[in-house]
Design a protein around this ligand. Structure first.
Ligand code: 5GP
Ligand code: SF4
Ligand code: MG
Length: 496
């Protein structure tokens, strides 16, 4: 049973009477676009009505002046959603809206619950397998939370206006897994993180109000300044009376380590650490752990850049560019036709033969997930005349599927799931291959090692997960997992 749909996403919220909150939310989502390219949505309240506008596509495709202009109000939330191609669906766009209480409420979710089946059952939505299939087809775990909250609303509207807050107090203790929420009704903006804080959420101050955002970089872009992280197990409520916080669960911080490795923007800070600087330190550690005699260190752009800089610096080898990335590559890009599929990576990355030819290269990237891109990158470098290709990865082998909101596919899709590093080296066709050790990676973050989830790299899941091999089994008319090693036909869900 798998309701795995709510993927890594970006959330934003603003409470600022007298300010153009829909426009600020648009800018916030634009800054968080890397966290989700499939759909975008904004909900706004003018104090009486909550209005939701959402659609498939990038933020700039969903919203324009004409669509933003009527969204008047003093508080708003926004959401960008990411998922695999298989689950692209308008119904899954967020914010989710439920019409209860005075004006209803809206919800944006980043993360993935691990007990959706039990929750659905508790709602009487799962009498048998047929119903389970229905639910999988039409309901995301975020919808499920919307439904649980709607049912937890008291029949009478409360005189203090705290209906949504009260419903959350009832529902939050029952949720397991990863959830960062932004929620709103007509008068309140609410931010929530699960007790492990798998996904980030920060509080910022803006003239005349407050902002919530997945990443601190989004605060910079709307002219807000960072106040603090929302704590794991914490709920903050923002309204006319200011900000009040409430702890609903004891915190056991387990921030997603992959936020540091790949997902978060380099100009974001997590655990008080600059992501860009942390990635450079990862590269430095990698140079110490796996040195190689070479003439040039080059990144796989863009995500490999800071680690390659760090590697070059620590190794004393010149840094150079061997690949150019198309700046406008994005996910909602039309899927290439069959005959262009083989060219897939070339649409994103093209080599600079004059920099590569005859050279012994260290090629640095942040991670290898399916191996599809990496394999094509290596063969392009060879074609361009590289004498040697020494691949260095600034994170350990990605061996275990994520159940907490990062959609990297089922176990059989992961290159490192059943292959040794030597086998991967041969599969990629490189002269040497090394992955950064987990303890060195944790050191490079600059944060406490025990404050991270490392499940995809270590197999140690901080929250129990459903059967690891069953991930995605109900998706796509029950298609069987592909055998390992997979062919180069599945394009990466998005670009780095
Ligand atoms: P692969 O060789 O696994 O096909 O691709 C490796 C590249 O994928 C790396 O450059 C890495 O930055 C990127 N990557 C890592 N994790 C993710 C992810 O969750 N989504 C996307 N779109 N790319 C990722
Ligand atoms: Fe992040 Fe990996 Fe944990 Fe998922 S399993 S939350 S990707 S560290
Ligand atoms: Mg990348």
């Amino acid at each position: 049973m798998d309701l795995h749909i709510g993927e890594a996403c970006g959330v934003f919220g603003v409470y600022a009477p007298g300010h153009p909150v829909a426009n600020l939310t648009y800018l916030g989502l634009y800054a968080l676009q890397h966290r989700g390219q499939e759909s975008a949505g904004i909900a706004v309240s003018d104090g009486e009505t909550v209005t939701v506008v959402k659609d498939m596509g990038l933020v700039t495709q969903v919203f324009d002046e004409r669509r933003l202009a009527p969204l008047d109000g003093h508080l708003a939330i926004g959401h960008v959603r990411y998922s695999t191609t298989g689950t692209s669906n308008w119904r899954n766009a967020q914010p989710v809206y439920r019409s209860v209480g005075d004006a209803g409420f809206a919800l944006g979710h980043n993360g993935n619950l691990t007990n959706t089946a039990e929750l659905a059952e508790s709602l009487g939505m799962l009498p048998g397998m047929a119903a389970a299939q229905d639910l999988a087809d039409s309901t995301t775990d975020s919808d499920l939370v919307g439904e649980l909250l709607a049912r937890a609303y008291a029949p009478e509207v409360r005189s203090d206006g705290r209906d949504l807050e009260t419903a959350l107090e009832h529902v939050l203790p029952d949720l397991a897994g990863a959830f960062t929420f932004v929620l709103m009704d007509d008068a309140h903006l609410i931010g929530v993180r699960d007790r492990h804080g798998f996904r980030p959420l920060v509080l910022g101050r803006i003239e005349g109000g407050w902002v919530l955002a997945s990443e601190s970089a989004a605060l910079d872009i709307v002219g807000a300044h960072f106040v603090r992280d929302i704590e794991p197990g914490e709920m903050v409520v923002i309204d006319a009376a200011g900000v009040r916080e409430r702890r609903y669960a004891e915190a056991t911080p387990k921030l997603c380590l992959f936020e540091f490795v790949y997902f978060a923007r380099p100009d974001t800070k997590l655990y008080g650490q600059s992501i860009h600087a942390a990635r450079q330190r990862m590269g430095e550690e990698l140079a110490r752990q796996a040195p190689v005699d070479a003439e040039m260190v080059m990144p796989v752009p863009e995500s490999g850049i800071p680690a390659a800089q760090g590697y070059a610096r620590a190794a004393g080898i010149p840094y150079g560019d061997g690949l150019v990335k198309n700046r406008y590559v994005g996910r909602t890009f039309i899927q290439p036709s069959q005959q262009l599929r083989g060219q897939g990576v070339r649409l994103k990355l093209n080599p600079l033969p004059e920099n590569i030819k005859g050279k012994r290269l260290v090629v640095v990237d942040d991670s290898i997930v399916r191996g599809t891109t990496t394999r094509q990158v290596v063969s392009m470098l060879r074609e361009a005349g590289a004498a040697e290709v020494h691949f260095r990865v600034s994170s350990p082998p990605y061996r275990w599927p994520c159940f907490y909101g990062m959609d990297t596919g089922q176990r059989s899709e992961l290159l490192a799931a059943d292959m040794s590093v030597g086998e991967i080296r041969d599969f990629l066709g490189v002269d040497s291959l090394a992955y950064l050790d987990l303890d060195r990676l944790l050191t490079a973050t600059g944060a406490l090692p025990e404050s991270f989830c490392t499940a995809c790299l270590s197999g140690e899941y901080p929250v129990p997960v459903p059967d690891i091999d069953s991930k995605h089994v109900l998706e796509e008319d029950g298609a069987e997992p592909s055998p390992v090693p997979r062919a180069a036909e599945s394009p990466h869900p998005s670009t780095s």
